[in-house]
Unconditional design. Structure first.
Lengths: 460, 1041, 183
């Protein structure tokens, strides 16, 4: 998608007409400086109370042990890993929007990347909880996986995908936060200058690092952003690839598949965009951001969702095809067991949510009318969770030796931990909306004529 | 929690003099709950997990509050003195274990064993191979360690529930006896289990001499002396068969589970397996025909098996006997399952084998079948060759013995004044129709001596705690009559506990005599006879020499019974009245793990998966698929661990229990296992399962018709460790009929493709030039007796997790025995496969561990480093054999003192959140390596025996150094039958299997005799014979999905 | 050339413009007039502005590259040294130098170091964090620089700077306003 040739200001069509630097600044910073809508308090309260569930669940987990969950032998991984992959996947859309779309100079990203990046950071935070607490001895796992020698001079095993996870996820978290903060600096300066209370002004000022919008700084700043985007792109692709290695590197039928990396990455972006929409649609309505998050934005995001959704669905088909084509009895059984075994309902629900429902997005009507779109996105969120459930559980519960086959039944504690992380996510996201500009102010400004010197060649 | 009266507590605390320390309101309030909690010091049991408020949680809280209490006021610990040995015990080296020859009784008969003592604590049972009846151990013997340390053991001598001293008891008995003097002890009765002990027998003989009117009754609910009784009636002498399977080419078993029940099972299992080894090019093996009324372990090894009702066995026996020309045997009508062709084929095969043939009758079969079996052996000329008939090892005093029925009669008639119950638990396990418990009330002086305060103890005035066999001196006869010395390894854990002979002494002339005195006295007398010599025939210089030798060896040489010569039977009992073909029958059998109920409180045995259905912690009502359909009983749903509950009604009495639909079980027959539904077993065994004794009658102790089975509509949770019994056409257990093996010895190796190192990414850079440990398991030998599993539990401190956890799929056994069914539902072929860590060279588990907590050792062991493990469980997921076990909760008991004594100090007690698995008994390897280093030599072949290997009765497991081409394990690995499980994954397992070979009769299964033109089915393909067998594979397991 | 006379405590002269177009034009003019020590301030990046001021800074890229290279060496070095040299172990029969597996931590560390070097390098080049800067003394700047304002500031440090003539020069560019920036 290249910019309109006739367009005087690149990307102007992604901003409602008649906006100036001033109006943009007023509108967006107003969200923070102005009155907090009542709905915010409700939402925050809900999120915060669900967060308490997480705390209780984790406390009991530490007191009793992993046995409070449904995991067993053969199904050694259950909800924890499913949720981990699900959350990490969701995060990917943020980085994708802020990095890849930036490289492609997609101006429509400007109004959504900030919130999307925030989503990334918070999703990674939620995800990070699981790999630590699902271990038998979290108090050790928290640091024994770090690359340092213990008292015996013993190092972690760099051949283990879990160690790869440690590197990939921690890098991903760090870079995401840094990139997010980088993008925030100019807006923090704006908030510094517009904050009503001196304390707020002081705080914003500290984090703005003394940004004054110098042309030289802008030049370095844009270069840095571009380079960060360039680094984040291979990173985001690698993270879910590495996560998929947790499965692909093993010997278990249903896990040991070469198709996993691309299919996981696509799934991640798919899930991520669905989640971005799930968050944007209500946010846009509540704060009346229709000028900045236009129908075009919604439409584009829906298109990306559809595209990645098709890739993912292709992945499912390939899994089934190779199950048959491999002529390997274990693979064959694995796929038949998914389709007809005790967990078949989950599999077909997944196919419905991720394969069938998104086909609605072929219609522009659905893509541009928020309620149906919101429904579709919800289906995708559920579907992507089911995908991870099917991969983790159905592959493990019946592997090579029929004698060791088993079943997995989640317990109340599995559920409360999962739902609890949603509380954490909501809490963080509501706080973010309250204290930081949820839309990148300075980038929206670049969509106005005032930001462009006429008669100068655009550097695009 | 019952309400706590706070004011009462205040009052109590106020009234208490001096500082009072209390931990919780419950304690001061002395609520029943608290008392109970104090009792509950045994977390390794089901209750822990079945009741929501787990006791460990309670202990945590209590510990916390106790700590607080401690903080408020510091108590002064009593001073304890450590006294070094002035003269250390003979041969005692600190840290080294010692072996002592002794024996553990099973139904009164000795199972010779070596007990391992560590710092004076018996911690493990090993077989006593030098003993004539030795070799291998049973699951029960292995579990006797836990029985010894069971905190529920009776610890005090009580009278009407109040604690009394031994002198009180002796005094009371003296009083009772002096009263009995007048009438010659007419009201005096002794009730014991089967007694083979010469000493005890002589004691009783003396006592019966003093009181001529007294009577001695022996009663065993299972494994009694009935066979001798039946043969005695026909042959005029009480004899019992002793099988010499090593000589048997063709065996016909009439409902005889000889490899997995009875005191001789170990010997029989070994000699049977010896004839199926097929090593070094051997191609001859014995052939077993099985006619059985349930699904027994022996039946699974049969080459031809027919399942008929117990009542129908008689008809088969007569038909075969008639075929063999046994005088007085006439063939009647055969049960539908058994064709005339089948019978004639068997007859022909037996005849052909002649003296090398053998007919075995199950102890639960009718006298007629016992006699017919003997007569057939006689007709075949097998007596002396494949079977001996020896005088029954059970002691008797002629004219002075009675039956349980007579005893109860006397009790109801009020003739019994003093009843001494020495061991045994008749109130629980006596036939229900006798009403033993009710009549017992009529006895004035009721004395019970036992290991536990059980149902009988509860109904007796006097209870004397018995010492455990590992705590007391004594002697017992083995199944072959060999006298075996029982020596204590530790002083009784509880002071008042007495040896059986000491309890009896209280009724003799010298009440103060200790067990050792009595024992020595008896044998000094015997030695006087001068008949006793050393194995080399030399006479002993002195009694002391003889005694030391006997105690050291664990048996008295030359005391094995000599075969009796039996003539023709006086008459063969007439055939019983024919039973309608569709009449429903109920059969009773000892439970495979808790036996007749005496092991009900043994958590190791409770959690041991029962051989065929892999159920733990329960007994079930076993029916065949067809019968289940007929009775409208739904099959168990193992994906949910659920089974339907049915009621079995016999003569107006009924029991309810979970239904288990068992492939291969005879139609129209319902099997109940005894030993459950205990009410006073202890915290482990009380109140689990159903009590089959409640419908077992004295007239029909083993099987009865006229039973009604109804579906109650309820469901019940059964904790089975195996959900799926179908091999799913995978080459897991590989087997072939003998003809195919002859044509294609390497058939098993062609079933999957094994990649070469060159084909792999990195190739192989690891060579093991020192030792290279490996294991080979012979699937042809294993009969799934489970002894190895308990041995492993005992050796490696494996925790018990309880029913709920097992039903969540969290059993901790490092070694499991997989059961697969093949063929049709009604008569499947059953395979056993002991499965433990394969110690793969390319271990998938190691690569994925993030913290390198599982790595390879120099000798190629797949080591598990507990203290490095953080518990990601990735290794378990990535283990294709699923042999890794995870401590999801704190399973190990860290509180109970007696259980700590049962542990093997060489093995870490694992904590919560840690992965564990089989280590090839690495502690034994290290011990041997150290000894070898000290003696500057390599470890000898066979020097290291893993726990499972040494326990195995059939010697199915072989362990050793693969680098030594002369080692037995290396030789076996070179066998054509050798194959690695899932080798196509390039895991390179160090443990491999020898494929099973069956020896069907070509006449009966011609298809098996067909040797396919192209023996090997080619890579990836199961061989022809496999695939078509698998083609129609459908099993109980599969049926339940 | 003679030292210009400086009003004490004067940082420079700041002219405010209406939009990017005017600002860029002004910047070009100032550069043409020989001014070098000057800076322009906007609330959004304006393409061509820095060039107009005669600035072209490419050091950020160098940070990224160096960081990346360091990260690569650190990653591979760590895996190799720990698994092959410092504590060699037989793990699942795999070779000590399982380079295929090691490539992943290496890859991640390359990106991590690269990213951190880029961001912190950029901040360092800009001299951030910078608690004080004279331009904030101008009220108009404080109020609008981060939202609507377009400012050009010729600094007193510039050799050509002369309070009177520079002011005259700036007025020639028709700014909205001109402010003195106190140091």
């Amino acid at each position: 998608m290249l910019d309109h040739p006739k367009e005087a200001v690149p990307g102007a069509r992604y901003l409602a007409p008649g906006h100036s630097f001033g109006s943009i600044s007023d509108k967006i910073s107003g969200i923070i400086t102005g009155r907090t809508p009542f709905s915010w308090f409700i939402g925050f309260l809900i999120g915060f109370s669900i967060l308490q569930v997480l705390l209780v669940a984790i406390a009991y987990l530490l007191f009793k042990g992993t046995g409070i969950w449904g995991v067993n032998n053969p199904v050694g991984w259950g909800f924890a890993i499913i949720n981990f992959v699900w959350w990490i996947g969701i995060g990917h859309a943020g980085t994708l929007i802020s990095a890849i779309l930036m490289l492609f100079r997609q101006h429509w990203r400007t109004s959504i990347n900030r919130a999307a990046e925030a989503m990334t950071v918070f999703a990674v935070a939620c995800a990070a909880i699981f790999p630590i607490f699902h271990t038998g001895r979290p108090w050790l796992a928290a640091y024994w996986l770090m690359p340092y020698p213990n008292t015996m001079g013993l190092w972690p095993n760099f051949r283990s995908p879990l160690i790869w996870d440690v590197f990939a996820v921690s890098t991903y978290a760090t870079i995401s936060i840094v990139f997010w903060y980088l993008g925030l600096i100019p807006d923090l300066a704006t908030m510094r200058d517009r904050a009503k209370s001196p304390l707020a002004a002081r705080l914003y000022g500290i984090f703005a690092l003394g940004w004054r919008g110098s042309a030289i700084h802008w030049q370095r700043y844009e270069m840095a952003s571009l380079l960060m985007a360039g680094l984040s792109t291979p990173l985001v692709l690698s993270v879910h690839t590495v996560v998929s290695f947790d499965f692909a590197v093993s010997v278990i039928p249903g896990w040991h598949a070469t198709i996993f990396p691309p299919y996981f990455v696509a799934g991640a972006i798919y899930a991520g965009f669905a989640m971005v929409l799930t968050l944007m649609i209500p946010m846009r309505a509540i704060y009346g951001l229709h000028d900045f998050i236009t129908e075009r934005h919604i439409d584009n995001m829906a298109k990306v969702t559809l595209a990645t959704g098709l890739i993912v669905f292709y992945g499912y088909c390939m899994e089934a095809f190779f199950g048959w084509y491999s002529a390997n009895q274990f693979e064959q059984f694995m796929i038949t067991n998914r389709m007809q075994g005790p967990y078949a309902p989950y599999y077909w629900a997944l196919i419905f949510c991720n394969g069938v429902v998104p086909q609605l997005l072929w219609s522009k009507k659905v893509r541009t009318s928020v309620l149906p779109l919101f429904a579709v996105c919800m289906a995708v969120n559920v579907g992507m969770w089911l995908e991870r459930f099917v991969i983790v559980v159905t592959s493990l519960h019946r592997d090579f030796l029929p004698s060791s086959w088993g079943m997995y039944y989640p317990t109340i504690w599995d559920w409360s931990t999962f739902i609890g992380t949603m509380g954490l996510f909501l809490t963080l996201f509501y706080l973010f909306i309250r204290v930081l500009p949820m839309i990148s102010i300075f980038e929206i400004r670049t969509l106005t004529p005032a930001a462009h010197a006429k008669g100068d060649a655009h550097h695009e | 929690m019952s309400d706590i009266d706070l004011s009462a507590i205040r009052a109590r605390l106020a009234s208490a003099s001096g500082p009072t320390f209390w931990r919780s309101l419950d304690e001061v309030a002395e609520t029943p709950e608290f008392q109970q909690y104090l009792q509950r010091e045994f977390p390794e049991n089901a209750a822990e997990w079945s009741d929501p408020a787990g006791r460990r949680q309670f202990l945590k809280l209590m510990g916390a509050s106790l700590a607080l209490a401690g903080a408020t006021a510091c108590t002064r610990q009593p001073t304890e003195h450590i006294v070094p040995y002035v003269v250390p015990p003979e041969g005692y080296v600190p840290g080294k274990t010692q072996l002592f020859a002794t024996a553990v009784p099973r139904d009164g008969v000795a199972e010779p064993v070596l007990a391992v003592s560590h710092h004076g604590r018996p911690i493990k049972i090993e077989p006593n191979a030098e003993h004539p009846a030795g070799g291998g151990t049973s699951r029960f013997a292995q579990a006797s360690i836990l029985e010894l340390y069971d905190p529920d053991r009776s610890q005090t001598l009580t009278f009407r529930g109040e604690i009394r001293s031994w002198t009180d008891f002796v005094g009371a008995m003296a009083g009772a006896l002096s009263a009995a003097q007048s009438n010659g002890g007419a009201g005096l009765r002794f009730l014991t289990g089967t007694v083979t002990s010469p000493t005890i027998a002589s004691q009783l003989e003396t006592i019966l001499g003093i009181y001529p009117q007294a009577r001695w009754i022996q009663y065993e609910p299972v494994g009694g002396d009935d066979v001798a009784g039946a043969l005695g009636a026909a042959y005029g002498q009480r004899v019992a068969p002793v099988l010499k399977l090593e000589n048997a080419d063709v065996i016909l078993s009439l409902d005889g589970d000889f490899m997995d029940s009875g005191a001789a099972e170990l010997r029989y299992a070994r000699t049977f397996a010896e004839r199926r080894r097929l090593e070094a090019g051997g191609t001859t093996m014995n052939r077993l025909y099985m006619v059985e009324s349930r699904t027994s372990n022996t039946g699974t090894k049969a080459d031809h098996r027919v399942a008929v009702r117990a009542a129908d066995v008689d008809a088969v026996a007569r038909a075969v006997a008639a075929g063999l020309g046994v005088a007085g045997a006439t063939a009647g009508s055969l049960p539908a399952k058994v064709t005339a062709e089948w019978v004639s084929a068997v007859v022909a095969d037996l005849k052909a084998a002649g003296a090398k043939a053998l007919v075995v009758a199950g102890e639960q079969q009718t006298p007629a079948v016992q006699v017919l079996a003997a007569a057939m052996n006689q007709a075949l000329g097998a007596i002396g060759s494949t079977v001996d008939y020896i005088p029954s090892p059970a002691a008797r005093v002629d004219g002075r013995t009675g039956t349980l029925t007579e005893l109860v009669g006397d009790m109801s008639a009020g003739k019994v004044e003093v009843l001494v119950i020495l061991g045994g638990n008749p109130v629980y396990d006596a036939p229900v129709d006798l009403g033993f418990a009710d009549q017992l009330k009529k006895v004035a002086v009721r004395v019970h001596a036992g290991l536990f305060k059980d149902e009988t103890a509860a109904r007796c005035e006097w209870h004397v705690p018995l010492a455990h066999p590992l705590e007391a001196w004594g002697d017992l006869r083995a199944y072959d009559g060999t006298v075996t010395i029982v020596q204590p390894l530790i002083a009784p854990l509880y002071d008042t506990a007495k040896a059986p002979s000491e309890v009896l002494a209280a009724f003799g002339d010298n009440p103060a005599a200790t067990a050792l005195e009595t024992l020595r006295a008896y044998w000094e007398g015997q030695f006087g006879g001068g008949s006793l010599t050393a194995p080399d025939g030399a006479a002993f210089a002195s009694f002391d020499k003889f005694w030391r030798r006997a105690v050291h060896d664990g048996f008295v040489y030359g005391t094995a019974a000599t075969a009796a010569t039996i003539g023709a039977p006086s008459s063969i009992p007439a055939a019983p009245a024919a039973v309608a073909a569709d009449a429903l029958e109920v059969t009773f059998s000892a439970d495979p793990t808790v036996h007749d109920g005496r092991y009900a409180n043994n958590a190791w045995l409770q959690e041991l998966p029962k051989p065929l259905n892999k159920i733990t912690w329960d007994n079930v009502i076993v029916v065949s698929p067809r019968t289940a359909e007929r009775l409208g009983l739904p099959a168990q749903r193992l994906t949910k661990y659920q089974a339907a509950v049915a009621t079995v009604t016999l003569n107006g009495r009924s029991v309810s229990g979970p239904v288990w639909v068992q492939a291969g079980h005879p139609d129209n027959s319902v099997n109940l296992q005894l030993g459950y539904g205990r009410t006073h077993a202890g915290r482990v065994g009380t109140g689990i399962g159903y009590d089959a004794y409640r419908i077992r009658r004295s007239t029909t102790p083993w099987f009865a018709t006229g039973v009604k089975v109804e579906n109650t509509g309820d469901t019940y949770t059964v904790a089975s460790t195996q959900m799926h019994f179908n091999m799913e056409q995978r080459a897991v257990v590989r087997s072939a009929p003998l003809p195919l093996y002859k044509a294609e010895p390497t058939f098993a190796q062609h079933m999957t493709h094994v990649p070469k190192y060159e084909d792999t990414l990195h190739g192989n850079e690891w060579q093991y030039d020192g030792y290279k440990w490996g294991m080979v398991i012979d699937l042809n030998a294993c009969d799934g007796c489970n002894a190895c599993v308990v041995a492993c539990v005992s050796e490696n401190n494996i925790p018990v997790v309880g029913k709920t956890q097992v039903a969540t799929g969290r059993e901790m056994h490092w070694l499991r025995i997989d059961r697969y069914y093949e063929g049709d539902l009604d008569s499947p072929t059953v395979h056993d496969q002991p499965l433990t860590c394969m110690q793969c060279e390319n271990a998938p588990c190691e690569v994925v561990c993030p913290v390198a907590a599982t790595v390879h050792s120099q000798e190629g062991l797949n080591d598990m480093v507990y203290n490095r493990c953080v518990g990601t469980r990735y290794c378990a997921n990535n283990c294709p054999y699923k042999v890794r076990r995870f401590n999801f909760l704190l399973y190990a008991d860290w509180d109970t003192t007696t259980l700590k004594m049962a542990r093997n100090p060489e093995v870490t007690v694992r904590s919560r959140g840690v992965m564990e698995k089989c280590t090839y008994c690495t502690q034994r390897i290290s011990a041997a390596r150290i000894t070898a280093k000290l003696e500057d030599r390599r470890v000898r072949d066979g020097e290291i025996k893993t726990a499972c290997q040494s326990a195995c009765p059939t010697q199915a497991i072989t362990f050793g150094d693969l680098n030594d081409p002369e080692s037995r394990v290396a030789k076996l690995r070179a066998e054509p039958r050798n194959y690695g499980l899932l080798e196509d994954l390039n895991t390179r397992p160090r443990t491999t299997y020898l494929a099973a070979v069956r020896n069907p009769n070509p006449v009966l299964s011609p298809e098996a005799a067909q040797v396919p033109a192209h023996g090997s089915g080619g890579h990836g393909e199961p061989s022809p014979s496999k695939s078509d067998e698998h083609g129609k594979a459908a099993t109980a397991g599969a049926a339940t999905h | 050339m003679s030292e210009p006379v400086l009003a004490p405590g004067l940082h420079g002269l700041m002219a405010e413009f209406n939009d990017a177009t005017e600002l860029v034009r002004a910047a070009k003019a100032a550069h043409a007039a020989g001014y070098r020590q000057m800076d322009a301030y906007t609330a959004a990046p304006v393409h061509g502005l820095a060039e107009a001021l005669g600035h072209d800074d490419r050091r950020v890229q160098k940070f990224t590259f160096t960081g990346g290279v360091l990260g690569f060496c650190a990653g591979l070095g760590l895996c190799y040294w720990a698994s092959v040299i410092e504590y060699p172990m037989n793990i699942g029969g795999r070779p000590l130098n399982s380079w295929v597996a090691f490539s992943i931590p290496t890859y991640e560390l390359t990106i991590l170091f690269g990213g951190l070097a880029t961001t912190f390098g950029m901040l360092a080049l800009c001299g951030f964090p910078q608690p004080y800067h004279p331009v904030f003394n101008v009220e108009a700047f404080r109020k609008t620089a981060s939202s609507t304002g377009f400012f050009l500031c010729i600094e007193a440090a510039d050799p050509h700077f002369d309070q009177a003539s520079t002011r005259a020069f700036l007025e020639g560019l028709h700014p909205k306003a001109i402010n003195e920036v106190n140091a």
